[in-house]
Design a binder for this molecule. Structure first.
Ligand code: ARG
Length: 466
């Protein structure tokens, strides 16, 4: 059979069966190149690997694969230089690249789509894109952990009030409080690594949905692109978007952590708390109130968590009604996951330097440290250690706190007689449990704010994040 001449070819890659041209309004409505052009690099990497595999399997000659690889590299350079023209008529980035290749190579370019569909192609590109994003986000989180760790190391020794219900609870080392964020971001990193494993599976070769009757070698592409597994079911392979949902969720939970942190530091840096001094380069002013130095960066971090959470919802709802396998709805996955990735990346870009530039106002922290009876639990545990049943010790100290509150003093300011009146077993040695610093020093349990244990944690984190 002879090939149709140029004149007979449809302007669409899929146009053969059509008798009518695509309505321009449909082209504008259904195009994705305006956003999926971000997949260009991954699309080219995957296409080169695909062409090499086709050559290894005898479906292309080595010379043809070489020409395709070279042509694709030229197109990559053209796209990077902003010289490739994007048009809604060519739908998406995949068809743009293939068409640019065919313009260059003619029939050799028209062979690239052998044993491939845009369905497995876009799935492959997305996995490569997400894999790269995961690696950048993981690194960004590590930088942020390092900033928190450095802050914790700088503040070793500073005792601050710890809060529950946003009410003064127990004294803690500031470094202990700061290392709590390292723990959360460590879990986020581990979730990213976990998500990466399921992302790093090759769909290419699933083709449209049933696989191919041509003798392809999927393991060849798997190795070339650094995948660690090949999708074992073509129906699932071409349409699985679990990895996108997972990544969006991991990002959303990370953003929730960042939002909580932002909220805490907004509070701690208010005039009312005055614990933290934010770097002025990371604050902005008011156009009307000359005195204002606002924590806008932290507020935006808190605010941007909303869209990351929304994207998870959008993706799950996108998928919930889809029959197998590929459905065009899936094109809608990209903007959501791109936005989540971009949002977290932008946040990480400012979060680490903000942490690096922040310091505690020691005088302000210490000025009110003995307010709020932060040592009440410490005293209660001292009584328990002396044999008093916990419920009795709790009530006894409760009475003592009420007495101190009425007098407007700290527990340490009560006299031995006042303690004895409440509990006959009192001796002056119990004063060792009083005061915020002593309460911290008496801690012994693993994971507590005990200074020696926190110092050990700092050393462990330093090794871990080195
Ligand atoms: N632009 C499409 C997407 O993002 C590519 C796959 C199109 N496949 C198809 N059979 N129309 O999902």
């Amino acid at each position: 059979m002879s090939h149709p001449s140029e004149g007979q070819k449809s302007s669409k890659a899929w146009g053969g069966v059509f008798r009518e041209p695509t309505d321009k309004r449909v082209e504008a409505f259904s195009e994705s190149v305006s956003f999926d052009r971000r997949l260009a690099d991954d699309d080219i990497d995957a296409s080169i690997a695909h062409a090499r595999m086709l050559a290894a399997c005898g479906l292309l000659t080595v010379a043809e694969a070489d020409a395709i690889a070279q042509g694709l590299e030229e197109i990559r350079a053209e796209i990077r230089a902003g010289r490739l023209e994007f048009t809604a008529a060519k739908e998406d980035i995949h068809l743009h690249i293939e068409s640019a290749l065919t313009t260059r190579l003619g029939d050799v370019g028209r062979k690239l789509h052998t044993a491939r569909s845009r369905n497995d192609q876009v799935a492959t590109d997305l996995r490569l894109f997400c894999r790269r994003a995961i690696d950048r986000l993981e690194q960004g989180l590590k930088e942020l952990q390092r900033a928190f760790l450095a802050f914790a190391a700088r503040e070793e020794g500073l005792v601050m009030p710890g809060y529950t219900h946003l009410r003064r609870a127990q004294p803690v080392l500031a470094s202990h409080q700061l290392l709590a964020w390292c723990e959360k971001f460590e879990r986020d990193r581990s979730r990213l690594a976990d998500c990466r494993r399921r992302t790093n599976v090759l769909p290419l070769g699933s083709c449209a949905m049933a696989g191919s009757s041509l003798p392809i070698d999927r393991a060849h592409v798997e190795a070339a692109l650094g995948f660690e597994g090949v999708a074992a079911n073509s129906v699932d392979g071409a349409s699985d978007r679990d990895f996108i949902c997972e990544l969006a969720f991991v990002i959303s939970l990370t953003m929730v952590h960042l939002s909580q942190w932002a909220e805490e530091w907004i509070l701690y840096s208010t005039q009312e708390f005055g614990f933290l001094k934010l770097p002025e380069g990371f604050c902005t002013g008011s156009s009307i109130m000359p005195q204002k130095i606002n924590p806008d960066v932290l507020e935006l971090i808190r605010g941007k968590s909303a869209r990351a959470i929304g994207n998870v919802q959008a993706l799950l709802v996108l998928l919930k009604g889809l029959p197998t396998a590929y459905n065009r709805d899936l094109q809608e996955d990209k903007e959501a996951i791109f936005d989540s990735i971009d949002t977290l990346e932008a946040v990480l870009g400012v979060a680490a330097p903000l942490v690096a530039g922040t310091s505690f106002d020691h005088a302000r922290v210490m000025a009110t440290l003995e307010r709020g009876h932060l040592d009440a639990t410490s005293l209660m545990e001292a009584l328990i250690a002396a044999g008093v049943p916990q419920r009795t010790a709790h009530e006894t100290v409760g009475h003592l706190v009420r007495h101190a509150m009425t007098k407007g003093v700290a527990l340490a300011e009560l006299s031995d007689e006042e303690f004895q009146r409440e509990w006959a077993g009192w001796t002056a040695s119990f004063r060792g449990a009083l005061g915020a610093s002593r309460a911290v020093e008496r801690m012994v349990s693993f994971g507590s704010t005990a200074p020696a244990l926190v110092a050990e944690q700092i050393a462990i984190w330093k090794r871990h994040l080195a």
